[in-house]
Ligand binder design. Structure first.
Ligand SMILES: C[S@@+](CC[C@H](N)C(=O)[O-])C[C@H]1O[C@@H](n2cnc3c(N)ncnc32)[C@H](O)[C@@H]1O
Ligand SMILES: Nc1nc2[nH]cc(C(=O)O)c2c(=O)[nH]1
Ligand code: SF4
Ligand SMILES: [Mg+2]
Length: 243
């Protein structure tokens, strides 16, 4: 991490605040709630560096300026802004949102108390605390495959995947780049961790990549009883930010 980004995260952690990248209202584009209106809270910082990451502006500080991209915001402020929206659903994503679990707990508790359905998008490397599990409607866990370019010991953390699977609130959504290499890896992970809900999602940030990818993934998903996730925001708006 860059020195500037580290300083921002230290300042937020000391105050119990959140490091926020962006906040917007859109349609959930991925997974079981695809098509539903949701407020997105995108937090800054990540512990992985996937080669194809579509949000490098949350963590890739050799190409983006953390002082321009990140803001440190009190939890109460973020909760108020989310609750101003009529959307029944909130998607907390990033970057990796569980890196900020202490402040995240407070945000999720407030939103849950207000009757919002909170989904967390996570890479599965960090176990959730019981109080976080309580307030969350679903974890959309996206464990990374070898084709992400991240080495195994960083992207697969067995205790964390076991803990997430054990919440009973997790679905597992795998980004597929190369079906020939990726599907056998998904099968192995699904069996090892008892993943009951497996979703395949095409890698890509353009409409044609999403459509062609989904068509190819249907061939692998259907015989295995798995699901295919769209990238609805990509189909509608391409790679636009804040969508
Ligand atoms: C940007 S990540 C943030 C949450 C968390 N860090 C994670 O990876 O799950 C949100 C979702 O987008 C997926 N994603 C990121 N870049 C993608 C790409 N180029 N094509 C398809 N999915 C992508 C991730 O796998 C994850 O499911
Ligand atoms: N519309 C829309 N749906 C999404 N679902 C998960 C997203 C994410 O970046 O985590 C995402 C996103 O960035 N946009
Ligand atoms: S874990 Fe998520 S946010 Fe982090 S680099 Fe990978 S896709 Fe991007
Ligand atoms: Mg996204």
């Amino acid at each position: 991490m860059s020195a500037a980004a580290a300083a921002i995260h230290r300042r937020a952690a000391a105050a119990g605040d959140l490091v926020v990248s962006e906040l917007f209202t859109s349609l959930q584009g991925e997974g079981p709630s695809a098509g539903q209106t949701a407020v997105f809270v995108r937090l800054g910082g990540c512990n992985l560096d996937c080669s194809w990451c579509d949000t490098p502006y949350t963590w890739r500080w050799d190409r983006h300026d953390p002082r321009a991209e990140l803001s440190v915001r009190p939890v109460a402020d973020v909760a108020r802004q989310v609750l101003e929206q009529r959307a029944p659903r909130v998607v907390v994503t990033g970057g990796e949102p569980l890196l900020q679990q202490r402040a995240l707990l407070e945000l999720v508790a407030r939103l849950h108390e207000a009757g919002r359905l909170v989904e967390i998008e996570t890479n599965g490397t960090i176990a959730p605390a019981p109080r976080l599990v309580e307030g969350v409607a679903r974890f959309n866990v996206s464990p990374k495959l070898a084709t992400s370019g991240v080495r195994t010991s960083r992207r697969i953390v067995p205790d964390s995947l076991t803990a997430l699977a054990g919440t009973g609130k997790a679905v597992f959504k795998f980004v597929v780049t190369d079906p020939g290499a990726d599907i056998p890896e998904v099968e192995e992970l699904a069996a090892s961790y008892g993943m009951e809900s497996v979703w395949l999602m095409p890698q890509g940030t353009s409409g044609p990549e999403a459509v062609d990818g989904m068509r190819a993934l249907a061939e692998a998903a259907v015989p295995r009883g798995w699901s295919v996730s769209p990238r609805l925001h990509v189909l509608l708006w391409g790679d636009a930010r804040g969508r």
